[in-house]
Design a protein around this ligand. Structure first.
Ligand SMILES: Nc1ncnc2c1ncn2[C@@H]1O[C@H](COP(=O)(O)OP(=O)(O)OP(=O)(O)O)[C@@H](O)[C@H]1O
Length: 580
């Protein structure tokens, strides 16, 4: 009954201990509250003096208040625990997402990653708020109450005990059905989140092709599926509440009839009979509470399972530390020996037996058809993907390592993708994102190197102008310049990895950006993946990739000379562009 994954949350065991102690006190308060209420009612029935009523009534109110005080303390403790646990999970999830990198977002879907980190964790908090306390109450309160009822009248105790498993059985049957429906609802929710984010991202393309209305019906269909699965969970939840209410009412009625008969036959006094009757609803209350909230917490349970699954994913890490490496300089070298990589064990290799050596501040162009393995190579060299285990697959400055997933290496890298992300904030905050302590002078230098100084001067609030979500619109070329300024701000980052940074720009913007980029290449090792051949004139070494292999390599002049794969690729790309 108790979700095992909860036990791995730090601080849950002491919380269970404290809540169990409080539940015992609460059971005591419930019994005493019932005893004094029954006593007061009996005295009223016997028409005794008002003065005799004062103590039982007062005691009833004291235990009533005590019981609700305990409930408040329990809720307070659970809420604090849930808030702390979720804050910790949020931080762990974000760290894990950063460690796993873009690959994980691609596999899970960015929409779902976002909803899991926001709404999903809210659902987990709700789940923790409800489930721990309800489970403990269910495990302790009814048994202490029924023990007292047994002590007072064993027959009533037996009836209540017999009814309990019947209710539990119905709860389990309905719970299993609810679980299956809730799993389906969660899958629909994930799909809806991903479809929604993808559609917003692709809105421009959909509009251009006149497909936005048609795609709208796709969103409608996905949302309808989610609505239907939500409604079917609610149906089971309502049915379950009805079944719980029905069985508890029947049980209390049976006990009441038996107590009435016993009263008439004189085998039980009015005080014990009333005490038992008052205690009956409290005996069933924990199971009703648990059943009512069970459905409300299923999505939180699913979200917690998913968060734990993401946290358990293996993150890239190297077995051998890059101890001798301090910084990439003009004399550094990186060699790969039989470097291979597969996304899944049964997939075709995305990189197969790559052998290459890169020196100092070389500008290395990587070209190849779509799917040739260019991005994968950049990701392996950036340390975000671990290559297949081969001894000494990578050698940095003479030191052999199994992977570059190491902080010592990664702190010298800047990665500039096709669509750099602009955070909601000022220009200054966006440029200084990876180096928040940068001085004004450093910022100005990076902006100037990235060719952004005039643009920033023209902005109404200069560096303090807000961009990104909800801020001033920025063109694709300006976004790339901001990414470049980010990279150039940190002078320790002497390795620049570009993954088709100009693929989405028009040729005019690309030409202007090229001048700035090429001047920023100095004193940096540059690995530049592209489909656009004019970049090769700015490179001093070129790798030609096909199906995960390097099929040609050399300086642009060397590649021009021999009629190898480079020529075939160049002809193919030119052909494609002519068709365009
Ligand atoms: N996350 C992934 N999971 C499984 N396979 C993948 C993944 N990413 C890429 N691949 C596969 O690995 C191979 C190399 O892909 P990669 O993205 O490195 O090529 P690329 O040359 O950068 O292509 P493009 O120019 O289109 O970006 C392709 O066959 C691709 O389908």
């Amino acid at each position: 009954m108790f979700d095992q994954q909860l036990l791995s949350i730090p601080g849950i065991k002491p919380l269970i201990g404290k809540l169990s102690g409080l539940a015992v006190l609460q059971a005591l308060a419930i019994v005493l509250e019932a005893v004094f209420l029954a006593r007061a009612l009996v005295l009223v029935w016997q028409r005794t003096k008002i003065a005799d009523l004062i103590w039982p009534v007062l005691s009833f109110f004291v235990f009533f208040a005590f019981r609700y005080l305990i409930t408040r303390i329990e809720n307070q403790m659970t809420e604090t625990f849930a808030a702390r646990a979720v804050a910790r999970l949020k931080s762990q999830l974000l760290h894990q997402e950063f460690r796993l990198g873009p690959r994980m977002v691609r596999e899970i879907g960015s929409g779902h990653v976002v909803t899991l980190a926001l709404e999903g964790l809210d659902q987990v908090q709700n789940y923790l708020n409800l489930i721990v306390i309800k489970t403990i109450n269910l495990a302790i309160l009814p048994w202490l109450i029924v023990a007292y009822i047994f002590y007072v009248n064993w027959l009533s105790g037996i009836i209540l005990l017999v009814m309990f498993p019947v209710i539990i059985l119905f709860m389990v049957i309905l719970g299993l059905s609810a679980k299956a429906k809730s799993d389906r609802q969660y899958a629909e929710f994930k799909q809806m989140a991903n479809v929604f984010v993808d559609s917003i991202r692709g809105l421009k393309t959909l509009k251009l092709f006149g497909l936005s209305k048609q795609y709208g019906s796709n969103i409608y269909r996905v949302s309808e599926n989610y609505r239907k699965s939500t409604m079917s969970v609610l149906k089971v939840a309502l049915l379950s509440t009805f079944a719980l209410d029905f069985f508890t009412t029947i049980s209390i009625a049976i006990v009441a009839v038996l107590l009435g008969q016993a009263l008439i036959s004189g085998t039980i006094g009015l005080l014990p009979a009333l005490t038992i009757l008052i205690l009956c609803p409290d005996y069933f209350l924990p199971v009703r509470d648990y059943g009512d909230d069970y459905h409300a917490t299923l999505d939180g349970k699913n979200a917690l399972t998913e968060v734990n699954a993401i946290l358990a994913l293996p993150t890239p890490h190297s077995q051998i530390s890059l101890t001798k490496f301090t910084n990439w300089t003009a004399t550094s070298t990186l060699t790969t020996r039989d470097l291979s990589f597969r996304y899944t064990p049964d997939a075709a290799p995305a990189l197969a037996h790559l052998n290459l050596t890169i020196h100092g501040y070389q500008n290395v162009g990587i070209i190849g058809k779509s799917g040739a393995g260019k991005s994968t190579l950049l990701n392996v060299l950036g340390g975000w993907l671990e290559p297949t285990k081969t001894p000494a697959a990578l050698v940095v400055d003479g030191q052999a390592v199994d992977s570059l997933a190491q902080a010592t290496w990664q702190k010298h890298i800047s990665y500039i993708p096709q669509h750099p992300y602009l955070f909601a904030g000022t220009v200054a905050e966006n440029v200084a994102f990876y180096k928040p302590d940068a001085s004004e002078a450093e910022l100005q230098r990076a902006l100037q190197q990235a060719g952004l100084d005039q643009f920033v001067d023209s902005l109404p609030a200069g560096l303090a102008t807000r961009i990104g979500e909800g801020g001033r619109g920025i063109s694709g070329g300006q976004a790339q310049r901001i990414a470049l300024a980010r990279a150039l701000l940190d002078q320790e980052r002497t390795i620049l990895l570009f993954d088709e940074p100009t693929a989405h720009l028009d040729l005019e913007t690309e030409y202007e950006l090229k001048q700035t980029m090429v001047s920023a290449f100095h004193h940096h090792l540059v690995l530049f993946s592209t489909h656009r051949l004019h970049w090769l004139s700015a490179m001093d070494y070129v790798l030609v990739m096909d199906q995960g292999q390097i099929v040609d390599q050399g300086t642009p002049a060397e590649l021009q000379q021999h009629q190898g794969d480079y020529h075939a690729l160049v002809n193919e790309i030119r052909g494609e562009h002519n068709v365009d």
